[in-house]
Design a protein around this ligand. Structure first.
Ligand code: BEZ
Length: 211
């Protein structure tokens, strides 16, 4: 059965460019971005992996580690990394899983046969520090992902895990948020000392509480 939000991620052991890992152990107490790409030595994937390496400080600020996956062999990953480093002007700083026998790709439903049987699509799993899936995003091979959007989703997930708020359309870190409908006006006065604006009984805006 396909994985869903709220599920604990299945464990696996895999060969990666940073050695063999046991996924659950490798996660430590971090949030994780696990993402698949269609194939090594392809243009869009080269830009995606380079950009992800550039985001390492932003991931670390949020207690997040990234890990990529394709069904290409380890030797191919190592060889492609040289191209990524040369063309994207970065040093690779996160592991790529070599999932040649497709064990992980199948476990995480990353091959969508009606799109293509030949490789994994662009799946993204955002996993929290309790190993729970908090977001799943899927793109086709022809569309490179927006990793700034992935950071934005992590900001929203980490904020809403700690405060009784949700983030509105196109929200960015630092902007006003909405108060969860489960919170009464009386509770909101206590929980949100910066105040709130009641636009409708169900639509109440407040400054981001952790800023
Ligand atoms: C790419 O990464 O450039 C790519 C991979 C598979 C299909 C189309 C594009």
């Amino acid at each position: 059965m396909a994985l869903r939000l709220g599920d604990i991620v299945p464990n696996f052991s895999a060969e990666t460019t940073e050695g063999i890992i046991d996924f659950h152990q490798w996660m430590e107490d971090k949030w994780i971005v696990l993402f698949s790409h269609p194939a090594d030595f392809t243009p869009v994937c080269t830009t995606e992996l380079g950009y992800t390496a550039k985001l390492k400080p932003s991931f670390e600020q949020r207690n997040v580690k990234a890990i990529a996956l394709s069904i290409d062999p380890l030797a191919s990953h190592h060889s492609w990394i040289k191209d990524i480093e040369e063309t994207q002007q970065i040093t690779m700083n996160f592991p790529i899983i070599a999932d040649e026998d497709r064990t992980v790709a199948e476990l995480y439903d990353m091959i969508h046969p009606n799109e293509t049987e030949k490789f994994t699509v662009r799946s993204v799993f955002i996993i929290d520090n309790h190993k729970k899936i908090r977001a799943i995003i899927t793109y086709p091979p022809s569309t490179g992902r927006n990793f700034d959007e992935i950071l934005r989703v992590i900001d929203s997930l980490q904020l809403t895990a700690n405060y009784s708020v949700a983030t509105p359309v196109n929200w960015k870190n630092g902007e006003d948020v909405v108060i969860a409908p489960t919170i009464s006006d009386e509770e909101a006065v206590v929980k949100f000392p910066k105040g709130f604006k009641k636009i409708k009984p169900y639509l109440r805006m407040t400054p981001q509480p952790n800023k």
